[in-house]
Design a protein around this ligand. Structure first.
Ligand code: 13P
Length: 255
């Protein structure tokens, strides 16, 4: 997986079944394929099965926006990694800041979700990021270092090729303005250094992608950065033209 790039579309709680299938169909028709690029789409959970049937044979991969940390049992409303695989998911998103904020998801829960998803051979995108207040107080690196350590606790190096770290500065999400390029650069370098410290003997480290108001105007400069392996796209992934333009620009960016 090393050096492969990733464009990950997080549709969040948007669209209905008809518009989801229309959007997937339009993206498929654009026929975007790059040898070195993973394209992953995370629609709302209830549409996964329908979309997975629609995507059969396609190189576009499917992700859930969440997963639970047990295989089965009395956990009303939750979905296990195996269940997600049953409906065609190859990926799970874990620890998005909106879940940390609204569902009060903790680093311990995130860690358990990552461990079980690793054991179920799912690819994982684990999100980290500081709030505006934390950045203002100079706590960005402390916060992200802590989130990384706790999320990856007990995760063996054998699983690192299944894991992607998504850096999403919380206040930038949905704001229409991405973080400053120099800030993205600095944090991605920091995450890379932390991962190296955590796994000193590993040849493979998780890929690191940026998310937060990515659009077709800022994508090219983001992709010039050294430790940026791709992007996480929210709003712009709900529009076929904007999303395909981002995919094209990432696909054509140099390593
Ligand atoms: P926006 O692209 O809408 O800022 O969302 C980013 C995000 O949260 C992706 O996970």
């Amino acid at each position: 997986m090393e050096n492969r790039k990733l464009v990950f579309a997080n549709w969040k709680m948007n669209l209905d079944i008809k518009s989801s299938l229309r959007l997937i169909n339009d993206i498929q028709k654009a026929n975007l394929f790059f040898n070195n690029l993973d394209i992953v789409i995370a629609p709302p959970g209830v549409y996964l099965y329908e979309i997975s049937k629609f995507l059969e044979g396609s190189h576009i991969q499917l992700s859930s926006q969440n997963v639970f940390y047990e295989n089965n049992g009395p956990y009303t409303g939750e979905i296990s990694p195996q269940m997600l695989k049953d409906v065609g998911c190859k990926w799970v998103m874990i620890g998005h800041s909106e879940r940390r904020q609204h569902i009060l998801e903790t680093n311990e829960m995130i860690n358990k979700k990552i461990l079980l998803s690793c054991n179920n051979d799912l690819n994982i995108i684990c999100c980290v990021g500081e709030s505006y207040e934390e950045r203002r107080q100079g706590k960005t690196f402390n916060k992200i270092g802590d989130q990384l350590k706790r999320a990856l606790r007990d995760v063996s190096a054998n699983f690192l090729n299944q894991i992607v770290i998504g850096y999403e500065p919380v206040w930038v999400i949905g704001s229409g303005k991405a973080a400053e390029i120099s800030d993205i650069n600095e944090v991605h370098d920091f995450i890379f250094d932390q991962l190296k410290l955590m796994y000193p003997d590993s040849k493979i480290l998780p890929r690191i992608v940026y998310g937060g108001s990515v659009n077709n105007a800022n994508i090219s400069s983001i992709m010039t950065l050294n430790n940026v392996d791709g992007v996480l796209v929210g709003n712009a992934s709900l529009d076929c033209d904007k999303f395909c333009d981002i995919v094209l620009k990432v696909g054509n960016s140099n390593d």
